[in-house]
Design a protein. Structure first.
Length: 242
């Protein structure tokens, strides 16, 4: 990890939670921010590590994951530019209950807790944004719990591909690139299925002409048919729940 100047002079105000704030508040956010660069695959913080603030993702993508029993891992969510990481520990001064690792070269901005809490006290409109953000997180994880309880692996993995494409995807000559390169194990951890099941389902979707596979890159060829697999069970798409 190394300190950098950030891209285009951004100092953390690129977070969607800070959009539309007054120039005075934005300047305070910039003043308390430290810009950090992490190469692909580097740990940002460890599970059980004491938390001192939160991070804003400016460039790149990050996964938040938790170690499960028997050496397993569950990816809780993916984060991209404009999203915040570590807000769950902002108010209780607790340790991180999950770990964060970059999926590609990434630039983040670190905002230390105490100056940020002081900002929330002085500017209630910013505090209300954090409350709404945390409420969205709760609703999103409730939806994911319901999905895990009542849906099969095919539906869960199909929805995951659609959500990634919705959030990060881009049209290409090959098809709709989902925009995130994950190993089959990481894809399984995010969908809450076994690696073997994820591989089998991807092959099934490929054989039906719904997707194309190119290494870790996945292209959606028939989003309408893929959507039909998940249509009966709607999960709200909230920021930071993917």
């Amino acid at each position: 990890m190394r300190t950098t100047s950030g891209r285009a002079g951004c100092r953390g105000e690129c977070a969607r939670i800070f959009e539309g704030l007054s120039p005075q508040v934005v300047e305070k956010i910039r003043g308390m921010s430290r810009t950090l660069h992490y190469p692909k695959g580097e740990i940002i913080f460890q599970e059980g590590e004491r938390a001192f603030g939160l991070y804003v993702v400016c460039e790149g993508k990050v996964k938040l994951a938790k170690h499960a029993p028997h050496g397993k891992t569950q990816i809780l969510k993916l984060l991209g530019p404009g999203e915040i990481l570590g807000e769950e520990t902002m108010f209780d001064r607790d340790v991180y209950t999950a770990y964060a690792r970059t999926l590609e070269d990434s630039t983040l901005h670190f905002l230390e807790r105490e100056p940020l809490l002081d900002l929330l006290h002085r500017h209630p409109e910013v505090a209300l944004r954090f409350i709404r953000k945390l409420a969205q997180e709760i609703k999103g994880f409730q939806d994911k719990l319901l999905e895990t309880s009542y849906e099969g692996s095919l539906e869960r993995l199909s929805r995951l591909l659609l959500l990634m494409a919705y959030k990060y995807g881009m049209e290409t000559d090959r098809g709709l690139d989902v925009g995130v390169e994950l190993t089959r194990q990481e894809l399984a951890e995010l969908a809450g299925v076994s690696t073997e099941t994820a591989i089998r389902i991807l092959s099934r979707l490929r054989d039906r002409g719904f997707i194309a596979l190119e290494g870790h890159r996945i292209y959606i060829l028939d989003p309408e048919s893929l959507n039909e697999l998940v249509e009966p069970f709607l999960v709200t798409l909230q920021e930071n729940v993917l």
